[in-house]
Design a protein around this ligand. Sequence first.
Ligand code: KIV
Ligand code: ZN
Length: 385
Amino acid sequence: MRKINVFDTTLRDGEQSAGVNLTFAEKLEIARQLERLGVDIMEAGFPASSKAEMKSVREIARTVKNGSVTGLARSVKSDIDLAWEALKDGAHPRLHVFLATSPIHREHKLKKSKEQVVEAAVEAVKYAKKLFPVVQWSAEDACRTELDYLSEIVEEVIKAGADVVNIPDTVGYIHPKEYGEIFSYLKRNVEGIDEVILSAHCHNDLGMAVANSLAAIEHGAGQVEGTINGIGERAGNAALEEIAVALKIRQDYYQSYFDIKLNEIKRTSDIVSKLTGMVVPGNKAVVGKNAFAHESGIHQDGVLKEKTTYEIISPEMVGVSSNSLVLGKHSGRHAFGARMKELGYELGDKELKRAFDRFKDWSEKKKEFTDADLLSILMEERAAN
Ligand code: KIV
Ligand code: ZN
């Protein structure tokens, strides 16, 4: 069984979803939950993009103790310096530096020749390695890049000191078979490739981000990047919870695993959905509200006789509680605190009082509260204080 590193970019690529604009407090809340989920690496943001982003990346790096916090930088020294300022106090700082490699990007966006792109990438990695213990380099739009040129630039950044090389499908264009072949090709043709971790980063424009990520794992990727609920630019990024569960359920096939707490998945999904405002569709795999609902008579009959007739994932595995305790208008502070504790939040006296007061206000208008509602109340409370 091979451990695949989980690189979460909910707070960077995910936050690039149209309409999403997280506050400082909301980003910290999501970061804390990602730490609880157990991601290996979390990309907290793009420090050079604004002062506010710099501040939140720095605070997240200082807060998260388990796992590594990273930040994005373009291949320019000023971005790398700012990223170091933001990340240097973290437990395991690492940089994510990128440069586009495809002909379309070279010609229209960068206006650089192939040689100039290699030179800029190498220079950026060498400079970053003077500051950061771990440097990841990404070939933006790798999947529309000439394969021989991609191999050449990957070999050069490895020589320059990159520790992780990411092959993004930036525009969600590739097919799983082709994506797997890119990884195999690099494994066969690039000198030094076995000294680095190859990473997959897939967008979902053609609905294949998760399938592509799994194909990359089959062909040697040791790290997978994605977001919770698959949020992200345009049609989003690969949904990490789907990959995690696919690896678990089809262990026999993939012989690989994500070392995360699967039973934190639902809570993480609820928090990200609530704070980003990106609603999870009911039929979304793993975390949609219908993911474990059986409607038709034949299915219900089957499940009552033996769950596995129609259920390949147990709800409990991903933290969907079968708890039937309903909180409402007449519930007391003790029950409220106990439920919060079950949900993973041990509240101090003052926070419990404030959150409970907020719950009471809500219960004037609302009859029953689901776990997601309770988490929303707590998030609102934390954002307000
Ligand atoms: O999709 C992409 O290419 C990216 C890079 C910055 C890695 O998000
Ligand atoms: Zn991306």
